[in-house]
Each structure stands twice: as C-alpha cells, then as structure tokens.
Design a protein around this ligand. Structure first.
Ligand SMILES: Nc1ncnc2c1ncn2[C@@H]1O[C@H](COP(=O)(O)OP(=O)(O)OP(=O)(O)O)[C@@H](O)[C@H]1O
Length: 490
C-alpha cells in the first residue's frame, strides 16, 4: 500500500533522514520508534509531502506520491501532525469536519450525508461527540488531541500517518484511541504508520516496528525482533529488561534504574519463621522476589509478608480467595505485600530449618498434610473433587537468582518433595500406590536478590544441593509430625 525506497531528506543541505526503505501492507499497523531527534517526525513529514525529499521514492498504491494532486493525495493519506496550530477558533465539530475537505468541490458547500456520517463516526470513535459545539481552545490538551485524531479519521483515507497520537492522553484514552486505530486497520483495511514514544504501546498495538537511530533504520520487524534488550540499549542507551505481556504474545519492557542509593543488606534467618495462633508467618525487612502457587498473590512478585494459614479440616468456603483476603485484612497484613497459603495442618507442625552453603544460606519451611495424597500417574482415574490435605513448601534463598534459577528451584524442590513421599511410603489411598504429592500442594521460592549471583538451581549446583537436602529433610520431618498428630503409624 505504501512503499518507501532509499528515502533521504531534511531541513537543510544535510539530510536528517537517510536512506530509509520499508513497505507497509493494506491493513497493517507500523510503529516508528527512536530516540528524541532521531528523525521520526521528519520521516513522516517527508512521506506526507510537508517536507520535500532529497532522494528516494514514496509510492502510494503503486504510484509515486508526486503524481497525486493535493486533493487526490489527501483522499489517499490522512496526517495527524505532532503539533497542531489552530489560528482560528473553531467548534470541535467544525474542526473534525475540516477532515472532509478533500471531498468538497466548487465554491458552494457540497456537504453530503456521507460527510456528516464520517464526522459523526470519527467523533464517536474518539469520544469527543459531547464537545461538538465547544470551541476547541476551551478543551484540555488530551481532548484537543482526540479532536485532531477525529479529524484524521474523518478524512477516511486508506493510509493514516500519525505522529504520537497518544500525546497528552491518559491511559484509558490511550487504550480507547489505539483500540480504535487498530480496529480501523483490521476492519476497514486502513494502513497505519504511527510514531510512538512509548515502546510498550507500540509493541502492543503494531504489527511491525521500525527503529530509527540518527535518521537511519537501526532495525525493523515484528515487535519480538525489535524490542530486544540489546537493541534498545544500543539505540536509546537505556538499561531495560523485556518480559512477555500477560495477555498477548507481545514483548513489554521495563526500565532498570541506575540508582546510587545504598541498598540495605539483609538476609532471611530460621528465627524469622514464627508460629502464630493459626498461621505460620515470616516477615522480611525488605521485599523478596517471589514465585509461588499461593492462594493470595500467586505468580511472580516482590513481597515482605508470608503466611501459611491453618484452617479446620472441614473448611468449605465457596469463594476461598475472598474469605482469605478478609482473613489477612483482619490480621492487619498489607494485602499487596503478602503471599498467603492455606493448609489443614496446624501451624505447630511446621518444620523449619536453615542450610548453609558456599554461596550463603537458605531457609526451608514445610507443612505436610498427607492423609489424602495422590499418585500423579494415577490421578486420571479419580473424580475431579479436591481432597483435604496439602503440602506447603517455602524456600527462602539468600542470594541473587536468575530467572532460570527460579524455575529450576521449583523443579528441584518438587523432586525433593516427591522423593520424601517415596521414602516415607506415603500412599495414595485410592490407588494404593506411592503418592507424589497432594491435590492442592503449594510451593514458594523467595529470594533476597542480594549476595552471590546464582544462575542455576539444578540438583548438582550449590543452590540445588541445599534445596534438595532442605526440602527433602523438612518434608520427611513434616510428614512425621503430621503422622504423630493424627495418630497414623508408618
Ligand atoms: N524545522 C526544523 N528545522 C531544522 N531542523 C529541524 C526542524 N525540525 C527538526 N529538526 C531537526 O531534525 C532532527 C530530527 O527531528 P525530528 O523532529 O524528526 O525528531 P524526532 O525523532 O521526531 O524527535 P522527538 O522524539 O523529539 O519528537 C533534530 O535534530 C531536529 O533538531
């Protein structure tokens, strides 16, 4: 739909944009990224004919852009510039209606039903209909921005060139606007080329990204291939970490600050694990990087308070999450700073130990209710009802773990637990075979992220050895403790 070949141009003799080539298909959304002054706006200005090109080609629907008259060009390409000059006071509707000028002819107004419909639709999509009779200068920056986007949409051109369309917009309006633009691209086959400052928004909404550095293409491709830590560091000179978006297969990046603040050194000790009236508690002075399958705040996060709550064996609540949240609130725990598990085992049957290794130490705490344990290889024969009985395992690590080490720590701890059940001959009461866990086991790996860097946590690494020994020992002891409490004999 739009093809740019070896395009160069700028404001004086020296080109600002140099040798840029790309093509964009019908219905595609291309994001242009790059640091301040890299030439993003200049590139859009050259494509839209606001600035003359020095060399290269811009082809629109197979024809050189210069072959279009001004009006024909405006029927093909709608432009949202970065800065809007509005010398005359117009109402919002009149401003949006200016987008229809390529379709007006003659000295008498030829305003048609189609024009009216396009204006109404564009105002609707950008949420500015309620201001239609208000003078544009009376609106806030973000509201004005939406009016100018409406003007570009009203133009109903097959190509949209947008320079920072979300400038001044709050997050809800950013979402609404970019949803609209993306939907227009998909439903109406509109081709969109948009400059972004926000790399995450661009990665989320664009099919492909073009990264400019000093007026030249530094990289171009699908967001996964452009939003790379090394690439962003190279082009922007900023330290970042990329992560997957939680709902879409798109990369998102986070800044890694270079702060000079002194970080307080701390470590987790065995004595930090306390037995309260109805729960096991650990409160750390600093947040720990945590991954868990807890009831409250499962997944990955940073937390200071860890709760393993003992409930009665007949605890039957429809909305466990909510009831548990109320419980934590009543105890005064900060809900966003707490990870909480549940068990039918009484807190005094927790087994806690500290293990010293070459790199530092770990603390393990386990409660093991194994009355209804399950052999995972036979569980397909069972009904889907959960059974009372849970093994809750906490592993606190005084060290700095890589992401790989976090996942390996989960595996190593699970293997150690399974081995403990095997050696203790914990049986699945339904199949009669050796159990591998229970139907509701929870596991937590939490790390101070201070001290020695620990890239791996497999069974023969220093960390893996401690986890293997610690989880195995504490699980065996917790099974003994449970059996003693319920009067079960091995
Ligand atoms: N009207 C102008 N006359 C001369 N030079 C200009 C003009 N506008 C921009 N420039 C120069 O062109 C270079 C690229 O500017 P441009 O606005 O294209 O960058 P950008 O990537 O859009 O930056 P930003 O992220 O800050 O919006 C800058 O060095 C700028 O100083």
């Amino acid at each position: 739909m739009l093809q740019v070949e070896n395009l160069s141009g700028g404001y004086g003799k020296e080109p600002i944009v140099r040798n840029v080539s790309f093509h964009v298909e019908k219905g595609e959304v291309l994001g242009i990224l790059g640091p301040n002054g890299s030439g993003k706006s200049t590139l859009l200005k050259i494509i839209s004919g606001i600035l003359p090109k020095q060399s290269g080609k811009v082809m629109i629907a197979g024809k050189p852009s210069g072959a279009y008259s001004q009006k024909q060009f405006a029927q093909q390409v709608a432009v949202l510039p970065q800065l809007h000059a509005h010398a005359f006071s117009h109402s919002v509707k009149d401003t949006v209606a200016l987008g229809r000028y390529p379709y007006q002819s003659g000295i008498f107004s030829s305003w048609s039903e189609l024009d009216e419909q396009a204006v109404q639709e564009a105002m609707n999509h950008t949420g500015v209909t309620r201001y239609e009779n208000t003078a544009i200068e009376l609106l806030s920056g973000g509201e004005q921005q939406r009016v100018f986007v409406a003007q570009a949409l009203a133009q109903q051109a097959p190509i949209l060139l947008l320079d920072e369309p979300t400038n001044h917009l709050d997050i809800a309006h950013q979402q609404q606007l970019l949803d609209t633009i993306r939907n227009q691209a998909r439903q109406k086959g509109i081709t969109v080329i948009s400059v972004f400052h926000d790399i995450n928004l661009a990665a989320l909404y664009c099919d492909r990204l073009l990264l400019l550095k000093n007026g030249e293409v530094a990289s171009m491709g699908v967001p996964q291939d452009v939003v790379l830590e090394s690439e962003i560091h190279h082009v922007y000179n900023a330290r970042v970490k990329t992560q997957p978006h939680p709902e879409m297969p798109k990369p998102q990046m986070t800044l890694l600050p270079n702060l000079q603040e002194k970080v307080e050194q701390f470590c987790v000790k065995k004595a930090d694990v306390m037995i309260q009236e109805d729960h096991v508690l650990l409160q750390s002075s600093q947040p720990l990087k945590t991954i868990s399958s807890a009831v409250h705040n499962a997944g990955l996060g940073w937390y200071r308070t860890f709760v393993n709550r003992g409930v009665r064996a007949d605890y039957m609540i429809d909305d466990v999450q909510r009831e548990n949240t109320e419980y934590l609130r009543a105890l005064g725990y900060h809900l966003t700073d707490t990870v909480a598990m549940m068990t039918a085992v009484s807190p005094e049957h927790v087994e806690v130990e500290e293990y010293e290794g070459e790199f530092g130490s770990i603390v393990v705490a386990v409660t093991a209710g194994v009355g209804n344990a399950v052999d995972v290889s036979k569980s397909w024969q069972r009904e889907d009802i959960p059974y009372i009985g849970t093994i809750n395992t906490w592993v606190f690590i005084n060290g700095e773990l890589s992401e790989e080490a976090f996942v390996q720590a989960l595996i190593t701890a699970t293997e150690a637990k399974v081995k403990a059940l095997q050696d203790e001959q914990v049986k699945d009461p339904e199949s009669g075979t050796v159990a591998t866990g229970t139907s509701t086991d929870s596991l937590l790996i939490a790390s101070t992220q201070q001290g020695e860097y620990l890239p791996y946590a497999g069974p023969i690494t220093q960390l893996g050895k401690l986890i293997g020994k610690g989880v195995y020992d504490c699980t065996v002891r917790a099974i003994h403790s449970y059996r003693l409490a319920v009067g079960e004999h091995t």
